[in-house]
Structure formats: C-alpha cells, structure tokens
Unconditional design. Structure first.
Length: 104
C-alpha cells in the first residue's frame, strides 16, 4: 500500500475512533523531519509519522522529532504492521489521563 493511501485510511480511522478530534497534516517542507500528522483530542495531542512499511527508510531528522515529541506528549512511527498496536497505545494515552507506554 502506498504511504498516502495508508495515511488517508489512518486519518479516517483516527477520526472514527476519537470523535471530535482534529487531525492536521504537517508541511514537511517547513520543518524537515517533523511528523506527518498531529492529532488534537480534548486536552491532549499526539504526533504520528506514517510509513508504508516498517522497513521503509526514514528521512533526516524524523527519528529526532518523533523521539523529542514523544517525550513531550505522544509520538510514534506508524505503518500497517504496527498500526493496531500504536492505535491501542494512542487510545490509552487519550483516555487514561495521558499515561502511555513509551516503549512502542
């Protein structure tokens, strides 16, 4: 599956899973490596970097920003092979007072 198709399906799933959330697509040309999506839900936020597969290459600075934003709130690389695990972790983060498993 192409990354843009995966991302479009993911955005729909996020909106269905977290009614009322706002999903914003970031401009990668503005800050190189910034995650693709920011999800705003109630008083929390999360950043997701979409990849077409778990073995897809990472662009410069992506790991830096995902790690930095995960320490600030919640951020993960997400791809078809780990989507369910990341979505479960995101659900826990949004519904359990901001607690998350940062090990994913």
């Amino acid at each position: 599956m192409l990354e843009n198709k995966f991302q479009a399906k993911l955005i729909k799933e996020i909106k269905d899973t977290f009614p009322g959330c706002i999903v914003m697509k970031n401009d990668s040309s503005y800050i190189q490596g910034i995650p693709d999506l920011v999800v705003l839900h109630e008083d929390k936020w999360a950043a997701l970097e979409c990849k077409k597969t778990g073995s897809a290459s990472k662009r410069p600075n992506q790991e830096y920003y995902v790690d930095r934003m995960d320490k600030m709130s919640f951020a993960k690389f997400i791809y078809p092979e780990n989507k369910d695990e990341v979505m479960n972790s995101l659900h826990g983060y949004f519904t359990n007072g901001g607690e998350t498993n940062h090990a994913i």
